[in-house]
Design a protein around this ligand. Sequence first.
Ligand code: ATP
Ligand code: MG
Length: 140
Amino acid sequence: MTMQRTFSIIKPDATRRNLTGAINSKIEASGLRIIAQKRIHMSDREAREFYAVHADRPFYNDLVSFMTSGPVVVQVLEGQNAIAAYREVMGSTNPSDAADGTIRKEFAEGIEANSVHGSDSIENAAIEIAYFFTNEEIVG
Ligand code: ATP
Ligand code: MG
């Protein structure tokens, strides 16, 4: 068990339906701590850079449009094995494959509008956190 930080986004489909608090409740109930949080409207450039790894995928342009379609809440979460722990709480990318009790099972609208993002590795967590937060904004 190692203490880790991961990067989370509450996506526009969730902020639109006023689910920020409900999602934060699930995060906190899992034991993860929200140690930084802000509501922003991602620019086209930020969304393109953030999802650059998917640039060649057929859904890339749609995904960028979706992520810039409304406010998002960006967060840093901390806890034991936070990266894997949060991905468990989120559930599978496609909500129809997600386990009962997960955020995506309960709240996601579809495979694209799936309510949350969570980092998939230690390296990406560090890159994603640094992309959206300064050290001063993270209060552990
Ligand atoms: P995220 O990176 O958002 O935490 P993930 O790691 O479960 O989710 P990725 O494979 O990294 O999934 O895909 C990134 C995002 O792109 C997904 O969360 C979803 O919003 C969108 N996406 C993934 N696959 C598809 C698809 N087949 N069609 C439409 N959108 C998709
Ligand atoms: Mg991913």
